[in-house]
Design a binder for this molecule. Structure first.
Ligand SMILES: [Zn+2]
Length: 218
């Protein structure tokens, strides 16, 4: 069966990546394994798969619990954090505060910012982990926290760089109460204002969980 087009007729754009057994993952995280355990082709009554993966692979969200000992798990995330609130997509290469001064991000009505960078176009076709992906600077994380941004998203596996401040970036955002979406594919989305729906699967006390994320222009 052909899969759905990325942009549905009603205007929703799927900005999630499809999980498969060869998908790229953070170097020290577990790989994704999707195996058919029951198979109609082999005489079973149904097709049933076993899925094994790290909680920070593909399109996923981070909970404060990832880096904060007593932090909230994703199961405690308020649904309003990622649902139907105007979201801003800012185009950028490696970015700091100057890039965040885009007109829409200085509008106090914006609660969510998704960063479309060159990661979207170059990262996902690669099965190899890219060490030089674009990430958020520490000054930018402080700025986002000061603006009371509720949710921040980026189009590769981390808001922090590879061996370049990943822990500090996550802590700065998560300790400020900002929910983090990682692993987005924004290649088919132009900068602008959108409605966002992104719901991570509900796992008790989860540090992170896979999510489906969709956008619609407003
Ligand atoms: Zn994560």
């Amino acid at each position: 069966m052909p899969s759905e087009p990325r942009t549905a007729r009603d205007g929703w754009i799927d900005v999630s990546v499809a999980l498969h057994s060869d998908i790229v993952h953070w170097p020290d995280n577990p790989p994704v394994r999707i195996e058919r355990m029951l198979d109609i082709e082999h005489g079973d009554a149904a097709n049933v798969s076993k899925i094994s993966m790290g909680s920070h692979t593909g399109t996923h969200m981070d909970a404060p619990l990832l880096f904060v000992r007593e932090g909230k798990g994703l199961d405690e995330m308020p649904l309003a954090a990622t649902k139907l609130v105007p979201a801003q997509i800012a185009g950028s290469d490696g970015f700091g505060i100057a890039d965040l001064d885009h007109p829409c991000t200085t509008d106090r009505g914006v609660e969510q910012v998704l960063f479309k960078t060159r990661n979207s176009a170059r990262s996902w076709p690669s099965r190899a982990f890219l060490e030089d992906f674009v990430y958020v600077s520490q000054e930018a994380t402080r700025y986002l926290a000061a603006w009371n941004i509720r949710t921040v998203g980026i189009d590769y596996l981390s808001v922090g760089g590879f061996r370049k401040g990943g822990v500090e970036r996550h802590r700065a955002l998560l300790e400020a109460g900002i929910w983090v979406i990682e692993g987005l594919d924004l290649s088919e989305v132009e900068p602008g204002e959108y409605e966002l729906v992104c719901l991570p699967i509900k796992v008790e006390q989860s540090d992170g969980a896979p999510a489906r994320a969709i956008l619609r222009a407003i």
